[in-house]
Design a protein around this ligand. Structure first.
Ligand SMILES: [Zn+2]
Length: 286
């Protein structure tokens, strides 16, 4: 559907359009963790590792299950493109599409980040977000979206009529994953997946439904924090778009580093266990 139709509206068009929507995936039956039990652990955390991600580049890190991970803006406004993997199985990875279907277009406090089929389980739970005051702005924009993909050299090549740019988030993630795993770039690249756009402020235009971005409200010291439900391999790119106020896929935007902090709590939430993979039997009706 596009906004300028060439088909005449049927006589009952108004009635059809006036039907109220229902939520695709009501979450009242979704198993949710006791967030207060997670957050109670935050009073006594031990910082065990800090990883700095240079501008227009990416880095990897590990988060053991039961640990906290903070994605930090340590200097100027900067957005990050996050990939998450099962540390022991690269084939299990963050699934932005299903996370979006369950949590909405932008994630925040209490949201669970889900993995792909056939695993389909929460692999991380968001436990703090210093930008949660932002909510949704007058344009329908918000932060930490799971609607974008990641800036990439293929789309850049298409839209710039042959341009070659090597520091899009897709390439940054590919290089970092190849370095971490020892895989060749060709074998690492297919593991790079649609991201959680950390700190990025995005939405869809109301008139044309186009994906938009605007200057991120993130400032020095802001962070998004999650609890690792399984052993995780994280990989994040400091987007060449900087705060994504104007453009990406170039070296023109001011860019800053990002930091990742791994924290060990003194205990675990009462009764916590790593979530099992999906219970679907995978017979698919055969
Ligand atoms: Zn990017």
């Amino acid at each position: 559907m596009k906004p300028n139709p060439i088909t005449a509206a049927p006589t009952d068009a108004a009635a059809r359009k006036s039907i109220k929507p229902v939520i695709c995936y009501p979450t009242d039956t979704l198993p949710r963790p006791d967030l207060s039990a997670y957050r109670a652990l935050r009073d006594d955390l031990e910082l065990i590792e800090t990883v700095v991600i240079p501008p227009r580049d990416a880095a990897t890190w590990e988060v053991p299950a039961g640990h906290f991970c903070r994605l930090v803006c340590p200097e100027g406004p900067q957005v990050g493109d996050l990939n998450l993997f099962n540390l022991d199985n690269l084939n299990e990875r963050f699934y932005s599409g299903k996370t979006r279907a369950l949590d909405g277009t932008h994630v925040g406090l209490g949201d669970q980040l889900f993995s792909n089929f056939p695993y389909m389980r929460p692999i991380a739970t968001i436990t703090h977000d210093t930008l949660d005051w932002y909510g949704f702005d007058e344009f329908g924009g918000s932060v930490h979206d799971v609607i974008g993909t990641r800036c990439d050299p293929y789309t850049h090549n298409l839209l710039s009529h042959g341009g070659q740019y090597h520091h899009c988030c897709h390439s940054n993630l590919t290089r970092a994953l190849a370095k971490k795993t020892g895989l060749s770039p060709e074998l690492a690249e297919p593991h790079v997946h649609d991201v959680l756009n950390v700190f990025m402020c995005t939405g869809f235009t109301r008139d044309t439904g186009q994906y938009f971005m605007k200057a991120s409200p993130v400032r020095r010291g802001d962070y998004l924090e999650f609890f690792a439900e399984i052993d995780l391999l994280g990989c994040m790119s400091a987007c060449p778009g900087g705060d994504c106020s104007s453009e990406h896929s170039s070296d023109t935007a001011p860019c800053f580093p990002l930091a990742v902090e791994i924290y060990r709590p003194k205990g675990l939430p009462q009764g916590w266990q790593a979530p099992p993979v999906s219970g679907y039997d995978r017979s698919h009706g055969l």
